[in-house]
Design a binder for this molecule. Structure first.
Ligand code: NAP
Length: 318
């Protein structure tokens, strides 16, 4: 099939595009051409690159038409963040494609009720990003069911892989947390360290996209969580990282107000966003209907990322 991936050179596309090429598809990547994939792969030689700036084209109302002009059988939309954006591309592709796969986020959920959270739970998103992702999901599933627009929504957790810094055990992205744990130095966690985060390896996200393509009948009109088999607590995550470096974890715990004063406002905001969600999502539906079987647990995926960051000199750990 002829597959257009919008935003295919990022975390997920780095793994997805080689998988699509290996499966024999004709692949077109639409991006601004500013960022190469995180890891080189021979498959990219077979990929047609189309340079477009989605934001600029959407302002002109031409983005959907430009995607349709590629005559795709399938469109994988990695970078849709607003309802208007989803509406514009849907209208341009209606009746022209066999499958439309949207990359959402587990942030379509707000605070958990019963965990692991299933796709059936009512949406209670908070924060503009999650609210928009939930609105896009509701719109696409409604279009699929009412008008036959062949949409599937895939909701990844915190995407991790070699080449970038994973969400750390304090719930933000400052790599110094990994360095301190590796040296056996004290790390403070908010509250009791029992709030959760839910990572997924980028290649497992790619696997879910190809599984949805392969299981069209099961996938159209449905949304799926795409996470590792189990979420981790901040405390358990910190203990595991220290253990990888042969250290006893020196963890302390502070109530939120005291803890947030120990980090930058940006780090505090990032941690708050993650622990207020405390995601813990089920992959049972994706496994049952699509055969999604992640290769990585959360800790395994993070360990691979840290090994890469250490070898690349991005973090100073022994
Ligand atoms: N990161 C996470 O932990 C996480 C978690 C849950 C869900 N998600 C979802 O994952 C999706 C992002 O996937 P990703 O992390 O693989 O992407 P990414 O690493 O952020 O890469 C973005 C891709 O889009 C291209 N791009 C960015 N702005 C563009 C524009 N204005 N016009 C055209 N192309 C543009 C980039 O290439 P150029 O820069 O060269 O244009 C690149 O190919 C989003 O829908 C996000 O909501 C992410």
């Amino acid at each position: 099939m002829r597959i257009v991936v919008i935003g295919g050179s990022g975390h997920v596309g780095t793994y997805l595009i080689p998988r699509l090429v290996a499966a024999g598809h004709e692949v077109i990547n639409i991006s601004r051409g500013q960022h190469p994939p995180y890891s080189p792969h021979g498959a990219w030689a077979a990929v047609e690159q189309v340079r477009l700036d989605r934001e600029a084209e959407e302002k002109e109302g031409t983005f959907g038409k430009a995607v349709a002009a590629q005559r795709p059988d399938v469109v994988i939309d990695m970078i849709c963040f607003t309802l208007e954006s989803a509406q514009q591309i849907t209208e341009a592709l209606r009746g022209r494609i066999q499958h439309f796969l949207h990359c959402g986020s587990i942030w379509v959920h707000g605070p958990s009720v019963q965990v692991p959270t299933t796709e059936m739970q009512p949406r209670r998103p908070f924060g503009e990003y999650g609210i928009q992702k939930a609105a896009i999901e509701a719109y696409l599933l409604r279009e699929a069911r009412l008008t036959g627009f062949p949409a599937t929504c895939l909701h990844p957790g915190h995407i991790v892989g070699p080449g970038w810094i994973p969400l750390n055990p304090a719930g933000h992205f400052n790599p110094v947390v990994f360095e301190r744990l590796a040296r056996g130095e004290e790390v403070a966690l908010p509250n009791l360290g029992m709030e959760t985060v839910h990572h997924v390896h980028a290649d497992d996200v790619a696997q879910a996209f190809t599984a949805a393509l392969d299981h069209w009948r099961m996938a159209v009109g449905e949304s799926f969580h795409v996470v590792s088999p189990a979420a981790v607590t901040l405390r358990g995550y910190a203990e595991a990282v220290a253990a990888w470096f042969g250290r006893e974890p020196a963890l302390t715990y502070l109530p939120w107000d005291a803890w947030q004063a120990t980090v930058t406002p940006q780090e505090a905001a990032t941690t708050w966003d993650h622990i207020a969600h405390s995601p813990n999502c089920s992959i049972e539906k994706a496994h049952r209907l699509l055969g999604y079987t992640p290769r990585y647990g959360s800790l395994q995926a993070i360990k691979e990322s840290l090994e890469w960051l250490s070898l690349a000199g991005e973090i100073q750990v022994s």
